[in-house]
Design a protein around this ligand. Structure first.
Ligand code: FAD
Ligand code: 2HG
Ligand code: ZN
Length: 492
């Protein structure tokens, strides 16, 4: 496919030999190595499939060796050897990334962090958690939940993604509106550089202005500068009162008006403001066995969550907001969750969208930041272009494109434009690429709000970054990874 061509293999990277495998056996426990007969091992290639293919089933590598170290020292020993030998390596967390960054492009060694999943320390006074990078986000949420705290980020992939992967992608998610970016809540990192150097920057301090804040470079570096092995992160107090409502809205204009009013009336307790359109709702209701909590279908749905410490106060505020939204005619209908299971179901309705679209067909994903007033325009625009090209007609089956839809973190100015097709093919992608990127650039937006660059957007950075910035990014890559062995072909 023209749109997803694989960069050719860098000829100078070493092709693995039996001697390399023998070396890895000498530095790692046997059970942490998966090696196929092609490199002298005995693992069935099928065992490596889940490491070679991405969540979207769109990007696929051909690695014959997966290493799953248990300690930071083992990560260091692996990288030191790979760097000296010129062996390319792709760091992998939960493999839920959506831009082709977490799987090899060719035969890179996969360095999986999944065996590094220990909580190292938790300070209940400060709420600072220090843990291994391979801890699964949901498990950390349970751990701090038992201590009356929450993780500062949450996302649909929480059951599989690792905190190290979250940091490596600077994941946003549904708590961003309230708790901000990982650039603020990550207090320290332990990182192994490509030459094996262990950078111990695992600080637990809130404030530390001793010069350049190196850890920030690794947040969002997508495995291109170093392997994150440890994370120190501040966890907020859990709110005792949580309210969630799902609203039916007839226009995008009113989705915005409701956001303004929600901030005005509930600003200090507002913890999420998410939206999705009728097409997403159709897919999620079909695939998640959920029922629409509203009395009718609407063009747009909004989920508002409040989190505070006084139930009576919060109930009164949320109730007042709902009343005003209905009275003003900003929303047509609203359902307020009455208990925790209804709250969970409403969240599944929002968080189940990516999975439901994935079950519908091959999904093209664009994750853009655009000023809120024009954020949704691109969805209708793309649908029209596909219709003109006779590739799509809303509600009609048998055409190459099945669905065009939009959803996302509207409170953060972040839209997820998804186009679901029968299969990935150039005549479809030609209609919206590079059109989407040009459109985003014309609004001074970002072509990646939260999913990163990976392989998918590596050649499109110029739509969001100046040539000078890209040149400095490349220089940074050279400083940390002069031989370019770490996650090659990605990011820059
Ligand atoms: P992987 O997918 O394994 O890796 C992602 C990238 O990070 C790769 O480039 C990899 O090389 C690198 N990497 C992973 N671990 C390390 C490490 N320890 N050291 C160095 N580099 C590493 N993203 C959002 O921002 N917001 C969302 O709301 C959101 N929702 C999602 C919902 C679903 C259903 C899915 C499938 C994905 C979603 N994502 C979202 C995308 C994704 O970025 C996140 O799921 C997550 O942050 C990736 O973590 P991971 O452990 O799976 O990393
Ligand atoms: C979400 O917000 C995720 O649900 C995934 O970021 C978005 O799959 C997508 O396009
Ligand atoms: Zn998202």
């Amino acid at each position: 496919l023209r749109h997803y061509h694989k960069p050719s293999r860098t000829a100078s990277f070493k092709t693995l030999t039996k001697d390399d495998l023998e070396h890895f056996k000498s530095i790692l426990p046997a059970e942490t190595i998966l090696a196929t007969p092609a490199v002298g091992g005995s693992s069935d290639p099928i065992e490596l499939e889940g490491f070679n293919a991405d969540w979207l089933n769109k990007y696929r590598g051909n690695s014959q060796l997966v290493l799953r170290p248990k300690t930071t020292q083992e990560v260091s020993d692996i990288l030191k050897y790979c760097n000296a030998q010129g062996i390319a390596v792709v760091p992998q967390g939960g493999n839920t990334g959506l831009v082709g960054g977490s799987v090899p492009v060719h035969d890179e060694v996969i360095l999986s962090l999944r065996n590094m999943s220990r909580v190292r320390n938790y300070d209940e006074l400060s709420g600072v958690l220090v843990c291994d990078a391979g801890c699964v986000l949901e498990e950390l949420g349970n751990y701090v939940g038992e201590r009356d705290h929450i993780m500062p980020l949450d996302l649909g992939a929480k059951g599989s993604c690792h905190i190290g992967g979250n940091v490596a992608t600077n994941a946003g998610g549904i708590r961003f509106l309230r708790y901000g970016s990982l650039h603020g809540s990550v207090l320290g990192l332990e990182v192994v550089l490509p030459d094996g150097t262990i950078l111990d920057n695992l600080s637990t301090l809130r404030k530390d202005n001793t010069g350049y804040d190196l850890k920030q470079l690794f947040i969002g570096s997508e495995g291109s500068l170093g392997v994150i092995t440890g994370v120190s992160v501040i966890t907020p107090q859990r709110s005792s009162a949580v309210n969630v409502t799902v609203l039916g809205v007839t226009s995008y204009e009113n989705v915005q008006r409701a956001f303004v009013l929600a901030r005005k009336r509930c600003g200090e307790i507002l913890s999420a403001y998410e939206f999705w359109d009728a097409t997403c709702m159709g897919a999620v209701l079909h695939h998640q066995s959920l029922k629409n909590p509203l009395s009718a279908e609407f063009p747009f749905y909004v989920l508002i969550e409040t989190s505070g410490s006084n139930k009576d106060h919060d109930d009164e505020k949320m109730g007042g907001l709902l009343e005003e939204l209905l009275e003003e005619g900003i929303v047509e209908d609203g359902a307020l969750a009455q208990d925790d299971s209804q709250i969970a179901r409403m969240w599944t309705m929002r968080e189940g969208i990516p999975e439901s679209l994935g079950k519908t067909g091959a999904t093209y994903k664009y994750d853009v930041s655009i000023p809120i007033p024009v954020l949704y325009d691109i969805v209708g625009d793309i649908a029209k272009r596909l219709e003109s090209a006779q590739l799509y007609k809303p509600g009609e089956s048998g055409l190459p494109v099945k669905l065009v839809c939009g959803y996302g973190h509207i409170g953060d100015g972040n839209l997820h434009l998804n186009i679901v097709a029968e299969k990935f093919e150039d005549r479809v992608a030609d209609i919206f690429e590079p059109y989407v990127y040009e459109w985003v650039k014309s609004h001074r937006g970002s072509i990646s709000a939260e999913h990163g660059v990976g392989l998918m957007k590596r050649d499109h950075l110029e739509y969001s970054k100046s040539p000078e910035m890209i040149a400095y990014m490349k220089r940074m890559k050279e400083v940390f990874d002069p031989k370019g062995i770490l996650n090659p072909y990605k990011v820059v």
